[in-house]
Design a protein around this ligand. Structure first.
Ligand SMILES: Nc1ncnc2c1ncn2[C@@H]1O[C@H](COP(=O)(O)OP(=O)(O)OP(=O)(O)O)[C@@H](O)[C@H]1O
Length: 301
C-alpha cells in the first residue's frame, strides 16, 4: 500500500503478536486529516492494540505505523496527538482547571485551558474537584485533558463504554465540536449505532484484520440485500433457497427469514406460492452487516 504524504495516520502491514495471539495481523490503514473514523469490533478484535501502536505505546513486530509521516512518538511528544485510553488512573484531589492546566504545561504549544474546557463542554465544572464528578463528567474532563496539548488528532478508546444515554450524547457533542474544527478523530467502539451516527467512516476489525472499511451505508450495501420474512404457516422450507434473489434462508419456529439481493423478485415468487402471511421486507441493518463481517472469537482450547 502506498502512503499518502498528508495522511494523518498510516499503518502499513502492521503486525503485533502476544505469544501465539496475532492481536494486529497485517493492518493497512490510512486516515486523512479531518476524518472521523470509528474502529468497530468485538471484544478482543484488536482495537486497543491498534490504538497502542498508533500512539507508540507498543512497537509493531512487522510493518510500520506513522503519524503525520513520522514515528508516533514524535507526534505524541509534540502534542499533535491526544488520547483517551480505557484504563482510569487514580483521580487526584485537584480541580478540573488545575488538572487540565497541569497537563497543558507539559506541551510545547498547548491549547488555552479555557478553550479545552469549552470544547469538552465543561466550562462550568472548572472549579469542581475531579474526584467528585459523575461518570459522564469525568469522561469529558478526560477529553479536555486529551485536548490539552492542542492536538490535531485525537484517539478515543471506547470513550462512552460506561456512560448512560444522556452522558453519551453530551460526550459526542463535545467530540463533534472538536471534529468540526477540521481535526482528525479515531475512536473505538462496540456500539454500531455510535459508529454509524458519529463517524464519517467505519473500519471493522476482526481477529486483528480489517474486514470492512466504508460508511455505514457502504457496509450495509456490501453485506447486501434485504431481509424478507414471512410465516411458514406449516409449509415446507424446501426450495426457498432457490427462489430468485435469495442468498440464505434462516428458519425460527414457524417464521422464515430470507436474505435477498432482489427483494421484489423474492416477494413476487413468494406471492405465487401464496406464502405471504405476515410478510415483512426490511433493508439489511448495520447489525446484520456487522454480524456478517465478523465471526465469534473461538474460545481458547
Ligand atoms: N498485553 C497483552 N498480552 C497478551 N495478550 C494481549 C495483550 N494485549 C492484548 N492481547 C490480546 O490481543 C487480542 C486483541 O486485544 P485488544 O485489547 O486489542 O482487543 P480489543 O478489540 O480492544 O478488545 P476489547 O473490545 O475487549 O477492549 C486479544 O486476544 C487479547 O487477549
Amino acid at each position: 500500500m502506498t502512503q499518502t504524504k498528508n495522511a494523518a495516520v498510516s499503518f502499513t502491514g502492521a503486525v503485533k503478536t502476544f505469544g501465539a495471539v496475532r492481536a494486529v495481523d497485517g493492518v493497512d490503514l490510512e486516515i486523512a486529516a479531518g476524518e472521523t473514523v470509528a474502529l468497530l469490533g468485538r471484544n478482543g478484535a484488536g482495537k486497543s492494540t491498534t490504538i497502542s501502536l498508533l500512539l507508540g505505546l507498543d512497537e509493531p513486530d512487522e510493518g510500520t505505523v506513522r503519524l503525520f509521516g513520522a514515528p508516533p512518538e514524535r507526534a505524541v511528544r509534540a502534542g499533535r496527538v491526544g488520547a483517551m485510553l480505557q484504563e482510569a488512573r487514580a483521580v487526584p484531589r485537584v480541580t478540573v482547571q488545575e488538572l487540565v492546566s497541569f497537563v497543558a504545561r507539559r506541551y510545547p504549544e498547548p491549547m488555552p485551558v479555557a478553550r479545552a474546557l469549552q470544547l469538552a463542554g465543561i466550562t462550568e465544572l472548572a472549579g469542581r474537584r475531579v474526584d467528585r464528578l459523575s461518570g459522564g463528567q469525568t469522561q469529558r474532563v478526560r477529553f479536555a485533558v486529551a485536548l490539552a496539548g492542542n492536538p490535531s488528532v485525537i484517539v478515543l478508546d471506547e470513550p462512552t463504554a460506561a456512560l448512560d444515554v444522556e452522558a453519551r450524547h453530551a460526550f459526542w457533542a463535545s467530540m463533534r465540536s472538536y471534529a468540526r474544527l477540521g481535526h482528525t478523530v479515531l475512536f473505538s467502539t462496540h456500539h454500531l449505532q455510535e459508529a454509524d451516527v458519529h463517524a464519517d467512516r467505519i473500519v471493522v476489525i476482526d481477529h486483528g484484520r480489517i474486514v470492512a472499511d466504508g460508511t455505514g451505508e457502504q457496509l450495509k450495501r456490501a453485506v447486501g440485500g434485504s431481509l424478507v420474512a414471512f410465516d411458514l404457516a406449516g409449509r415446507s422450507t424446501a426450495g426457498l433457497e432457490l427462489l430468485p434473489g435469495v442468498r440464505s434462508v434462516e428458519v425460527r419456529g414457524d417464521r422464515a427469514r430470507l436474505r435477498s439481493d432482489d427483494p421484489d423478485a423474492t416477494v413476487i415468487a413468494l406471492a405465487e406460492l401464496h406464502a405471504i402471511r405476515g410478510l415483512e421486507v426490511a433493508p439489511a441493518s448495520l447489525d446484520d452487516a456487522f454480524l456478517a463481517l465478523t465471526a465469534p472469537l473461538k474460545e481458547a482450547a
